[in-house]
Each structure stands twice: as structure tokens, then as C-alpha cells.
Design a protein around this ligand. Structure first.
Ligand SMILES: Cc1cc2nc3c(=O)[nH]c(=O)nc-3n(C[C@H](O)[C@H](O)[C@H](O)COP(=O)(O)OP(=O)(O)OC[C@H]3O[C@@H](n4cnc5c(N)ncnc54)[C@H](O)[C@@H]3O)c2cc1C
Length: 449
């Protein structure tokens, strides 16, 4: 097959770009070193879809992205024998504490600006409904600190509930659905188990890729959607780093996610009261997980810096590899949840459940969706642990950006005015928000974006 665009990566975002481009008439080829769609970082995603971000543009973008998962089967548009990924819309609660005040102020201002709903919940209602201990324990410390678990003499001041939130509990299936959608166009192909080792140039622009097997494939457009491997792929495109004009960079960051049983007598299953909860006071987020469990992730409290590993090789976290095993990060996350849920049973090391995986982080935790200084080479990278939810809308943004650029528009000088077509407030976002050349943006500095 002769392709108009090669997409490096077949995660949820690589597949979404393939869907959009192939629906628009492009012949695409996704190349992935793994054996199937979504088996990279997508497969480990917590799949939370929420609109709470620090930046107004990110709020609008996430709302637009949410509508794709709300209408997933319609978006996929064809039957998929694998079944369909499902968004469970349970809403998200952000607990009010000193640690969350600044973030919440910005989120609420943005939600007011675009007309997104939210509700204030009283602390007493939260305690009754969620069985939470609402003492404040922040600023958070690690469990090896003698003061861990000592209340700070303050109470959590209730919470803010955002109904436009939920989670997709099988993110890998979402990627597979998008593969089905793009293949249904008859213009989209996939090459699995093949590693891209070089990006070839001809006459000052991209000419194609070379693979580990010796295979050479030609294409005038190559898109880096390599997730936590994105920095490696960027290096393939710019053997001379001086030619690369990126002001924002990406690197893999190791993370752990825990799965625990809820406290006895408290149901967190699909039909129970479980919702997504962001608790900056104890430094974790959590949500219901299939099998009646609770999934617990980190919101990167400052005291955890020692846990943050940025491996040269993101595959070091893959099962059986040197950074795969659960560590003290897992233990800290679970003990922190136990501060909020005092009757939580703490699993011992034999029954610990969880996973390790890598985010692909930027300096400001905002992704890069852009062209590059090498004509024909594009990037959808730096997704910073928070872009699963945007997979649908990123596909369209990248298609419009690529079509504008290949059509002669210099989007550095005349940025794309990306129209929000699916949300009531409408309007647009400038592609400069996700530019590789942007100044570092003021965000939460964490996975919350
Ligand atoms: C633990 C965890 C929790 C998360 N939770 C959330 C959440 O709750 N909500 C949210 O919105 N987002 C979340 N995210 C982020 C979200 O999952 C990612 O932003 C998204 O899945 C990235 O998709 P992708 O397609 O860009 O990358 P990936 O899924 O990583 O796909 C990249 C693919 O590129 C392939 N590849 C790399 N290099 C090469 C090469 N040289 N040759 C061939 N193939 C190559 C890899 O094998 C991989 O399959 C989370 C991420 C993690 C890790």
C-alpha cells in the first residue's frame, strides 16, 4: 500500500488521527512496535474524562472531547466485533482544601465562562454519602515521615461536584474501536510488531521511515504519536538537535496505579455511589474500577518527588522489566486513601494489585499538537497523563492542522482557529495553546493539567 501519511503509534490518539485522516480521504498507515492497538500507555490509562483543567482552552477542549465518548458508537460509525468502549458517566468530586483552592478557583471561573455545570456539596453530605473522614491531612507527607496521618486541625470544606465527568474502563478497547473505524474507510492500514528506527528525508522534507526489520516505507507525511517514546522519535527526526525548534519538550515519567477493595459495607461497584474523586489534600485521585474495586492514582504531591523516575527507556516499566514492580509509591497512595476511608483494608504485599506505566510529560503538563520545523513531520505528543479523554477531538485537530499546513498555511505565523463544533458554547481555540514553540503555560503542574 502506498500511504499519504505514516502514523508512528497505534494508541488511542494515533488511531483517532488515522480515523480522521482516512475519513477525509488520506491513505494512512499506523506502525506500532507492539502487537495490537492501545497496548502501550493507553492500555494502562485510568480513562477519566473530566472538564476540570487550569486553562480555559483546556476546559473547552476537554468538553468537546467528552462528547465523542458520550456518543462513542455513533462516532465509530460501524459495528465492531470486539464490542464498544463505554463511558460511565458518574461525575467527579473535587474536595475543597488549601491544596485545591487555587486549582478550583480557576476551574470554577472557566466553567462559569463556558456555562459548564457544577454543584457545591456540603462536607456533612459528603461524609454521609461517601463514608469519608473529612479531617485535613495536608500538606501531604510520605508514610516514612513520623507525622504521616496526623490531622492538621482543619476540616475539608466540602467539595465541588462536576456532573460532566466519567471514565472509560477499557481504554485499550477504545483504541481498538478507532482502528475498526479507520479500517472501515478502506484507506487505512496497520503494521504491528514493527519498530520505527529512522525518519528519512529528501529535499528538505520528510520522505518516509525505516524499520528495525529493514523495511523502508515512503510517505510525505509522518506523525509522531509514540506516547512515552515520543522523545526518542523526535530524536530520529532531528539527528542534528539544532534543527529542532521545540521550546516545550517531552519525557517519559513513571507512574503507579493501585486497585484496592472498598471498605467493608461500602459499595463502589458500577451501580453503587462511587464517583471520581480528586483529593489534593491527601495527594490522590480515585474512581470506581470494574470488579467493585477502587482505582487510586497520584496527583503528584510535592513530597513524592523522590518517586518520580524519568526512565531513558519507557519500556523499562513493561511487565517483567526492571521498573515494572510496584514500589513505595503504590504503598503511599493506598495509605493516603486510607486516611480518607479509615476502614479501608490495607492489602499486604502478596495481595497488592496495581500497574506501573509511563506518562509522556511536558514541562507544563499540556500536550503538543503541532507541526515541526521539518516539513511533513508532525507531532501529537506530551499527553501528560491527561489526554485519553481528548482522543476524539485530537484526531480532528491534527487532521485540520495537517491539511492546513500541507495546503500552504504557515500555522506558526497564522495559527489554526480550531472551531468547537459539538459543545453549546461553541467558539474556537487557537492552535497556539498546544504549540511546540509556546512559552510554558501556568497550570497545576500535575496530571490535572
Ligand atoms: C497510568 C496512566 C493513567 C492515565 N490516566 C488518564 C486519565 O485518567 N484520563 C486521561 O485523559 N488520560 C489518562 N492518561 C493519559 C492517556 O492514557 C494518554 O494520554 C493516551 O493514552 C496516549 O495515547 P497515545 O496514543 O498518544 O500513546 P500510546 O498509547 O502510548 O501509544 C503510543 C504507541 O507508539 C508505539 N511506539 C512508540 N515508539 C515506536 C517506534 N519507534 N516504532 C513503532 N511504534 C512505536 C508504542 O508501542 C505505543 O503503542 C493516563 C496515562 C497513564 C499511563
Amino acid at each position: 500500500m502506498c500511504q499519504d501519511a505514516i502514523i508512528i503509534g497505534a494508541g488511542v490518539i494515533g488511531n483517532s488521527i488515522a480515523t480522521e485522516l482516512s475519513r477525509s480521504g488520506w491513505r494512512t498507515l499506523n506502525v506500532d512496535k507492539l502487537k495490537g492497538a492501545g497496548q502501550g500507555s493507553t492500555g494502562y490509562s485510568s480513562g477519566i474524562c473530566r472538564t476540570m483543567y487550569s486553562l480555559l482552552d483546556s476546559v473547552k477542549f476537554a468538553w468537546e472531547g467528552f462528547t465523542y465518548f458520550e456518543n462513542w458508537e455513533e462516532h465509530i460509525g460501524v459495528q465492531d466485533p470486539h464490542g464498544f468502549a463505554h463511558l460511565r458517566r458518574c461525575g467527579a468530586l473535587v474536595l475543597r482544601s488549601e491544596a485545591s483552592q487555587q486549582f478550583l478557583d480557576r476551574v470554577i471561573a472557566s466553567h462559569d465562562a463556558v456555562g459548564l455545570p457544577y454543584e457545591y456539596w456540603e462536607a456533612s453530605d459528603i461524609a454521609t454519602r461517601m463514608h469519608f473522614d473529612l479531617q485535613s491531612y495536608g500538606p501531604q507527607v510520605r508514610i516514612d515521615d513520623d507525622t504521616f496521618g496526623e490531622p492538621k486541625g482543619k476540616e475539608i470544606g466540602g467539595g465541588v461536584f462536576f456532573p460532566m465527568a466519567g471514565y472509560v474502563s477499557d481504554p485499550m478497547l477504545a483504541a481498538r474501536n478507532l482502528q475498526t473505524a479507520s479500517e472501515a474507510t478502506g484507506r487505512s492500514d496497520y503494521l504491528f510488531g514493527e519498530t520505527v528506527t529512522a525518519i528519512r528525508r529528501e529535499s528538505g522534507r520528510v520522505a518516509g521511515i525505516s524499520c528495525a526489520s529493514g523495511l523502508e516505507l515512503d510517505s510525505p507525511v509522518v506523525i509522531n504519536v509514540a506516547g512515552p517514546h515520543s522523545a526518542q522519535v523526535t530524536k530520529l527526526a532531528f539527528l542534528d538537535p539544532a534543527e529542532n525548534d521545540m521550546a516545550i519538550h517531552t519525557k517519559p515519567m513513571r507512574q503507579e496505579v493501585a486497585y484496592v477493595n472498598p471498605p467493608p459495607g461500602v459499595s463502589w461497584d458500577e451501580d453503587g455511589p462511587g464517583l471520581i474523586c480528586t483529593d489534593l489534600d491527601i495527594g490522590v485521585y480515585f474512581r470506581p474500577e470494574v470488579g467493585g474495586k477502587i482505582l487510586v492514582g497520584s496527583v503528584e504531591p510535592q513530597c513524592d518527588e523522590a518517586f518520580h523516575i524519568f526512565p531513558d527507556d519507557p519500556e523499562a516499566v513493561y511487565p517483567g522489566r526492571e521498573l515494572a514492580a510496584l514500589t513505595d509509591q503504590w504503598t503511599n497512595q493506598v495509605y493516603r486513601l486510607a486516611l480518607r476511608m479509615p476502614s479501608l483494608h490495607l492489602p499486604d504485599s502478596q495481595s497488592a494489585q496495581g500497574c506501573s506505566a509511563c506518562y509522556d510529560v511536558t514541562e507544563d503538563w499540556v500536550p503538543i499538537y503541532d507541526k515541526s520545523s521539518l516539513p511533513g513531520f508532525y507531532m501529537a505528543i506530551g499527553t501528560s497523563g491527561n489526554q485519553f479523554k481528548n482522543a476524539g477531538v485530537v484526531g480532528r485537530l491534527m487532521r485540520e492542522l495537517i491539511e492546513a499546513t500541507e495546503g500552504g498555511q504557515d500555522t506558526d505565523k497564522k495559527p489554526l482557529d480550531f472551531q468547537l463544533q459539538r459543545i453549546p458554547c461553541g467558539g474556537s481555540i487557537s492552535s497556539t495553546t498546544f504549540s511546540r514553540k509556546r512559552q510554558r503555560l501556568q497550570t497545576s503542574g500535575s496530571v490535572l493539567g
